[in-house]
Write a protein that binds this ligand. Structure first.
Ligand SMILES: [Zn+2]
Length: 288
């Protein structure tokens, strides 16, 4: 599996160039967009298609996990991994990532100096279930399934005792047991992002997990920093604490209603400022 993913990573630039000339048909991105925009009417079909997503991995039910990459011509100033739709019933976490893809398509400012890998929907089976579900097709909360060091010791106990066996928070039967979380884990190892930005809803806060030498953002728009703590198997635990990669989690205020345009612009601006000041400038200073 790992060798297969490595091969895919090596093929990515070639695949991007090839599909730029001929509209992508592998994995039928148009069919994927039709399904996703039916589930989330706020996303226009044209905007999904013009996002030019590439099929990259598969869910339990064989649906594609799509990815869009943006890379500058020369060495990137930073690598940024963006993930939406880890929980299938948090529709705004997908919509906002599509908005960011639109922004990134018009290269401007510092953002155009970074290499971005953007995954709008990590849990397509949850999103396309009727009704959409937080968990994946096997009933696993992907954000409790990452292979953290404390998983075997704590995940099942945490689920039984602290959540009282809440089916929405079932961590699975083994760390990284689900294709969606296992693929993302491998992608993080291969891409080595400088920061992971993960979007959820509806708690209306900004959360941060990461090494102590990185200053957490104080706010993105009206989302203020409020550290929620980490859970066995969560992405913040795996990426931020175990791998030492800053993980910024946006919890949008509503799962179904998008923030207003002005607020979206504010969030984007604050996010770009933080990336520049706390990753790129810091990296440049430490290289001197
Ligand atoms: Zn969530």
């Amino acid at each position: 599996m790992r060798r297969h993913l490595l091969l895919l990573s090596l093929l990515l630039p070639v695949q991007t160039a090839a599909t730029a000339a001929t509209p992508a048909v592998a994995g039928d991105p148009h069919g994927w967009c039709r399904n996703v925009t039916r589930a989330i009417p706020q996303i226009k079909l044209t905007s999904c298609i013009s996002a030019e997503l590439k099929p990259w991995a598969k869910s339990v039910n064989g649906r594609h996990i799509m990815i869009r990459e943006f890379a500058p011509a020369k060495a990137p100033a930073a690598r940024v991994l963006v993930i939406g739709g880890i929980h299938g019933d948090e529709l705004t976490s997908v919509s906002i990532v599509f908005r960011w893809i639109e922004q990134l398509k018009q290269p401007a400012g510092e953002a155009s100096r970074y290499q971005w890998r953007v995954i709008p929907v990590l849990n397509p089976d949850g999103l396309l279930a009727k009704p959409p579900t937080r968990v994946n097709a096997r009933g696993v909360d992907l954000n409790r399934n990452f292979p953290t060091e404390n998983w075997s010791r704590e995940a099942a106990r945490y689920w039984s005792v602290s959540t009282r066996r809440d089916p929405r928070r079932f961590p699975g039967t083994a760390p990284g047991s689900e294709p969606e979380s296992s693929w993302l884990h491998n992608e993080i190892k291969a891409f080595k992002p400088d920061v992971i930005i993960s979007v959820h809803a509806p708690h209306s806060v900004l959360d941060f997990d990461g090494p102590p030498n990185v200053k957490p953002p104080s706010k993105f728009g009206r989302l203020y920093l409020h550290r929620l703590g980490v859970y066995p198997g969560s992405l913040g635990n795996f990426g931020g604490l175990q791998e030492g990669i800053p993980v910024v989690t946006l919890e949008l205020p509503h799962a179904l209603d998008m923030p207003k345009e002005e607020e979206l612009a504010h969030v984007w601006r604050d996010m770009q400022d933080w990336l520049k000041r706390n990753l790129v400038d810091r990296k440049a200073a430490s290289a001197q």
